[in-house]
Design a protein around this ligand. Structure first.
Ligand SMILES: Cc1cc2nc3c(=O)[nH]c(=O)nc-3n(C[C@H](O)[C@H](O)[C@H](O)COP(=O)(O)OP(=O)(O)OC[C@H]3O[C@@H](n4cnc5c(N)ncnc54)[C@H](O)[C@@H]3O)c2cc1C
Length: 472
């Protein structure tokens, strides 16, 4: 199907990631095979799928597809009760249905035990997020009146005089504008992680220094948030907040995350420690240390670790990268390889090792917060503090890469975009990253679930409305 001129559809979905495809598929499943559905994708077919395409898609669920029971409370705690509780509870209730939705589309989810005590159990699709994109896009491709329009970007919403959203103005590969008319529009085109202008505006200084976690994030330029706020939509989530992760700066590999801080010391460009690397388990700290490196350490950090730590399989797995690390038999040579001042790094390691004295009786245990802490040093290392004294020594240079932004649109529990006055804007839905929820921290492994779950709810509600309107 090609877009020749202005065209009529039953539903227009902006975005071809997990949220948009879930909305399109659910609409067709609910309204029937004949439904006329357009899915807009800014990227080419090869690059379709946004961030969803690139994630291994850790899902914070157990093998019954039940959300980690701590999650809602954790979101409330870290957000200081700013996060929408009703939305979180609706999300939790609906997640088992999302599991069924994935199963019914042939996406197999593998489950595993928690990596560390206190961390949630997770599942992830066999084939990662790409398996989700491929399965759902295939369903859209096979529906007789539905199509994904590639290299076609949504520019603005079309709104009737009385305020109903009735279509989307798009720009196609020929550069021309067209209006796709539809009685329902789902915005599912990601946050503004791919828009350095908006990142600077909302997240502040040096946003340009942030790396991108994967190629798919670059297509998400905040368009859905802009288009909806232009017509009076309310917002939610922290606009200067983001989920970032530390990546190996030497590789071009997507998702080159290095999560070794718990079992290393992390030093900045002055070879000084700046963070309690052992304060929290991985799930509760990998985002915070990345944000710190970007915001306050000039995007420069290095993990320093020794052979004794690396001999634990659980530890070495956290330093998984395709480029061999800097390696030396003494700290001064390691510093030279990393471009750090040898005197400064040697002093930092000596100070750290001295601060480990007295904790020898405590067992070192990477599977839990082991309480093996430093004393008399700032910042402390609250767990897993072993001296760095067994050569060879290893060094990994890391910097923060942005995954997604927290700020977005406010929706109700049926994924309807609400106005600043608190009423649903007729015919407008939103799902996925561009719906704002998080403040201060992102209790992880729920972004894909959120995209799929509220995408489904948007598609189902839009189809039910169409049915009710047809009867009327
Ligand atoms: C490397 C990586 C690892 C991750 N790991 C996890 C994880 O383990 N667990 C987890 O829960 N989350 C994870 N995430 C986050 C998660 O993948 C995303 O938050 C989620 O997939 C977002 O889904 P979405 O549908 O909202 O957006 P996307 O999947 O990004 O889809 C947005 C789509 O909109 C399109 N688009 C944008 N603007 C326009 C426009 N104007 N017109 C038309 N199309 C447009 C884009 O091209 C894209 O196709 C990870 C992300 C990355 C990048």
């Amino acid at each position: 199907m090609t877009l020749a001129g202005d065209t009529d559809f039953d539903l227009v979905v902006v975005g071809c990631g997990g949220a948009g495809l879930s909305a399109a598929v659910t609409y067709i499943e609910t309204a029937g095979d004949e439904a006329r559905v357009a899915v807009l994708e800014r990227a080419t077919r090869e690059d379709r799928g946004g961030s969803t395409r690139w994630t291994m898609a850790g899902l914070r669920v157990d093998s019954n597809f039940v959300l980690d029971p701590q999650w809602v409370g954790r979101v409330q705690e870290v957000s200081k009760n700013l996060a929408d509780l009703e939305f979180c509870l609706a999300f939790e209730r609906e997640i088992p249905n999302t599991g069924e939705f994935l199963r019914s589309h042939g996406v197999e989810v593998m489950f595993r035990e928690a990596m560390q005590e206190g961390m949630p159990r997770t599942g992830s699709p066999n084939g990662g997020g790409l398996a989700i994109v491929d399965a759902l896009a295939r369903y859209v491709d096979e529906a007789p009146n539905a199509a994904i329009f590639y290299e076609t970007e949504a520019i603005r919403l079309s709104v009737s005089d009385e305020g109903r959203v009735d279509g989307v103005v798009v720009r196609g590969p020929d550069g021309l504008l067209r209006t796709l008319h539809a009685p329902a529009v789902v915005l599912a085109c990601g946050g503004f992680e791919g828009n350095y202008e908006m990142l600077t505006q909302y997240c502040g200084r040096n946003a340009v220094d942030l790396r991108v976690l994967a190629p798919g994030t670059q297509f998400n330029k905040g368009d859905g948030i802009r288009m909806a706020t232009e017509i009076g939509a309310a917002t939610s989530g922290q606009f200067d907040g983001m989920h970032a992760e530390l990546v190996d700066i030497r590789t071009d590999r997507a998702d080159a995350v290095l999560n070794g801080h718990n079992f290393a010391i992390a030093v900045n460009g002055d070879a000084a420690r700046f963070y309690d690397e052992g304060a929290k388990n991985l799930a509760d700290s990998f985002e915070l240390i990345a944000y710190e490196v970007w915001k306050n350490q000039d995007q420069q950090a290095f993990f320093i670790v020794d052979e004794a730590a690396m001999s634990h399989q659980l530890v070495s797995a956290r330093f998984d990268t395709d480029i061999p690390p800097a390696k030396a038999d003494n700290i001064r040579d390691l510093a030279a390889q990393l471009g750090l001042d040898p005197d400064a790094l040697e002093q930092t390691v000596n100070d750290f090792n001295a601060a480990c004295a007295g904790n020898e009786d405590r067992e070192y245990d990477p599977t839990r917060l082991d309480g093996k802490a430093t004393t008399g040093i700032e910042p402390p290392k609250s767990n897993w503090a072993n001296p760095i004294s067994h050569p060879p020594y290893y060094g990994f240079p890391v910097a923060a890469a942005i995954c997604f932004t927290y700020g977005g649109l406010k929706t109700d529990t049926s994924a309807r975009v609400v106005s600043k006055g608190g009423v649903p804007i007729p015919n407008l839905y939103a799902a996925g990253e561009l719906v704002g929820l998080f403040y201060h921290e992102y209790p992880a492994a729920t972004s894909v679930l959120k995209a799929l779950t509220f995408g489904r709810l948007a598609g189902a509600h839009a189809a039910a409305e169409a049915h009710a309107n047809a009867l009327a």
